[in-house]
Design a protein around this ligand. Sequence first.
Ligand SMILES: Cc1ncc(C[n+]2csc(CCOP(=O)(O)OP(=O)(O)O)c2C)c(N)n1
Ligand SMILES: [Mg+2]
Length: 1011
Amino acid sequence: MSEKLLVPDIGEFENVEVIEILVKPGDQIKENDPVVTIESDKSSVEIPSILSGKVESVEVKVGDKVSEGDLLLNLSSSKTLSKSTLPKDTENIIKQAETALAKTKEKEIISQEPVIEKKQSSIQIINGADIDPLETQDWLESLSAVISKDGNQRAHFLIKELINKAYREGANIPYTQNTPYINTIPPEAEVKSNGDQNIERRIRSLIRWNAAAMVVRANKKFPELGGHIGTFASAATLYDVGMNHFWRAKNNKFGGDLVYFQGHSAPGMYARAFLEGRLNEKQLDSFRQEVKPGGLSSYPHPWLMPKFWQFPTVSMGLGPMLAIYQARYMKYLINRGLIKDEGRKVWAFLGDGEMDEPESMGAIGLAAREKLDNLIFVINCNLQRLDGPVRGNGKIIQELEGSFRGAGWNVIKVIWGSYWDSLLANDKTGQLVKIMNETVDGEYQAMKARDGAYVREKFFGKHPETSELVSSLSDKDIWRLNRGGHDPHKVFAAYDKAIKNEERPTVIIAKTIKGYGMGKTGESVNTTHQTKKLDVDDLMYYRDRFDVPLTDQQVKNIEYFRPDEKSPEIKYLKERRIKLGGFLPERSTFAKPIKAPSKDIFDFMKVSTGEKEMSTTMALVRMLTNLLRDKNISPRLVPIIPDEARTFGMEGFFQKIGIYAHEGQKYEPEDSAQLSSYREEKSGQVLEEGINEAGAMSSWIAAATSYTNHDIEMIPIYIFYSMFGFQRVGDLAWAAGDSQARGFLIGATAGRTTLAGEGLQHQDGHSHLIASTIPNCVTYDPTFHYELAVIFREGLRRMHEKKENVFYYITTMNENYSHPEMPKDKNCEEGILKGMYKIREFNKFKKTKIQLLGSGTILREMMAAAEVLQNEYQIDSEIWSVTSFNELRKDGMEVERYNLLNPDKEKKISFVEKCLGKSEGPIMAVSDYMRIHSDQIRPYINKSFYSLGTDGFGRSDTRKNLRKFFEVDKEHLVAYSLSVLAKEQLIASKYAKEAIKKYNIDGEKPMPTKL
Ligand SMILES: Cc1ncc(C[n+]2csc(CCOP(=O)(O)OP(=O)(O)O)c2C)c(N)n1
Ligand SMILES: [Mg+2]
């Protein structure tokens, strides 16, 4: 049956140009296959077929203008194919993943959480503000009766109903998200570890000792090195229980859990690796001495220890965010069918002080919304940060509980250790819990800096009933009452519950003591964080406290201790890790490279666009659309956009590849009939992050390190307003460099004067400079579409085929102009990649010459100025398109350094010098960035060099006015060129003076930086 394929609803657009015909008569096409590409002045979109069948005739040609309802094709239709749930081409990737990973998935046996309900014989009043205690007592007794008769669930239901009723009656006092200051898991419900507790304690003691010894030894030798003992001392049990029982390593059968270690606890990880035999004494003695190869990095840095550390976390607040987006990205890969669902978990260890970073809590809503049950936060609440208490006057654990519970997380508080169990069981009146609730963190901290007698007086002494509770305990017994985070049983039970939790992320909030075991100098005192030296007495105390089998002399020598290979400790430790699949942390990659697409896929960008004007952003979108047709590349692309797809003309991606949404689309979008409808899908490819640059960057890092954390090479492309890039997420970009991220960052709407209208907070004149601070970030500021194509392809080749650990920052602009054909010069491609090439030469008069260097869209102003110089002033010029001042500088620096260090060897020549060394006339360079940007290459050329740029705050206006204001428009460039030539005594100064007058340039106008 013959069918007509018409232009669908394309939103408000009319008369949109057909730029590609993707089918021809006779082709057999399937439903959803693209048939033509249309392009408005802002975006290009493929029109898919709504039917499958054979193309009978194509009724449009390239260049035609079409609107909704116009006829595109006649089609003899066959049966319509149903939509596949997974995107095309993923099957191959799944197969690849299958060979690398397990053949069969051992499904996690997720047992139901045991519903062991804490039966209490009665409930007592624990709130002091009671105007009618008898009435309260009645209510509580009723509730107690319900609990014992029908259980907690029923009681909870009734309370909820009561609150709802009260709310409807006008008592709109919000219900608290907090539970009492006791453990979430009651002792009866604790799942017990099957580990050997004695041996685990001995191992933990050795790890504690070796970690402290490593820091103390380093600082004895070089006091400047620094280091931390207190953080790990407080967290040792939290890590050990995970290492012995929970965290599964990556191997050829399993993808591995991902653990974000708290940065300052790094010594503990080294100490464990030492016992495991992965690090030796010499390496421990090179802690914080990394310049010589083999040293141990101060904190987790994959760049410096690429086979060990996976995640840089020491800049506080980044770890929590990166972990959340990592867990989300893992689900993304699973839902797109790119990796298998193996029940892998992401664990993140965080400090309680660290939780004050806005970034730490900034994404917890997303974690709950996306139902990240593969994510577990462990917050080590030692109640202290660097200077003092985290919440001296309050309770950090309660505060965090409220925030996380409010955000929808599963919260597990691990506050008290097992020694408290019997006291709490005997707390019939609730006085102990009342005191626990009322005592503030400052007091809790002070108590642990003193002794048992102090705790008896200041804590239990608050009420006669609690004094009585501990009357039979000695001060020593009271001192032994431990905190939850130091009790392996409590920690085990919490971890066990966390891994079985479904549908929600889990946070374990564990109470510990900063500097646990460090004695008077370092335990629970405000200066703990900075303790890096322990004197002999402290060391003796530490040894005794943890029963480390060292003689006094060995302690004085601060010797490391590693039991014999055949000792029960080492055997146990290794056995546990073998059981859990290998050692942690460990960084490896088994990802297969992605073959860079053939050059012809970019050919359409090497021809002139003729009359047609477009921005480089649009050229990029066209290019990505083409890449989505490449079977190798397409499934690996991860487009990441923070709510700006329409700004960049990328809305066509919504339909074409879908927006990732773990729940699919539960609603019919308002624009469902349109071609660029907002299509959310479980296997969607676009990560639409909302107005959330830090989140988008975290997603990008997860995807850009996919090759190591998931053994699959992916190509993330994060596109953003360039102004909201590096300066907004600079620290994350730095962490990306450390993480050896591979992918593209696209700073769109770039340039101080190219993004007209928007103004001071939008116009970017420095992102390239910030990007240049990251050693492995490769940056480009292309002007024409063929430059972009060459750069992008090389990026794909270097990063994803050759696996070079660099990432690309490319700026694109929103100014529409026509793009010329790529110059035929065989060196052009090399020049584009190295940073500059000659794009044009005016050589008619052979009297006076100037070298004009331009970058981004300002290159076009320079080209226009050159024409004026030639036509009106008889001045010749060579015009250079500078695609990257940053890359030129890197090369210049390297060459200069080499020549200085090798004075006797043949001199190397920088690329700048190769291009300009023999050129004639002074050099004038301009970009849409600060002068310092083009100034970067000044040292590498022995000629007069002048830079122009856009120094100063941006402001809203037309492009023309902005360029005039910043003196980078054609007219200023002509005047400046003449002035430069006059200064160099190559022409008379009257020409410059006249031009300045002619163009109404005010020589007395203040510098734009002052305006
Ligand atoms: C972004 C950032 N700001 C400041 C620091 C310096 N700093 C290092 S540790 C620390 C205190 C950490 O306290 P907490 O998070 O409670 O960890 P703890 O050591 O107590 O486990 C600070 C302020 C940092 N590492 N990162
Ligand atoms: Mg702390």
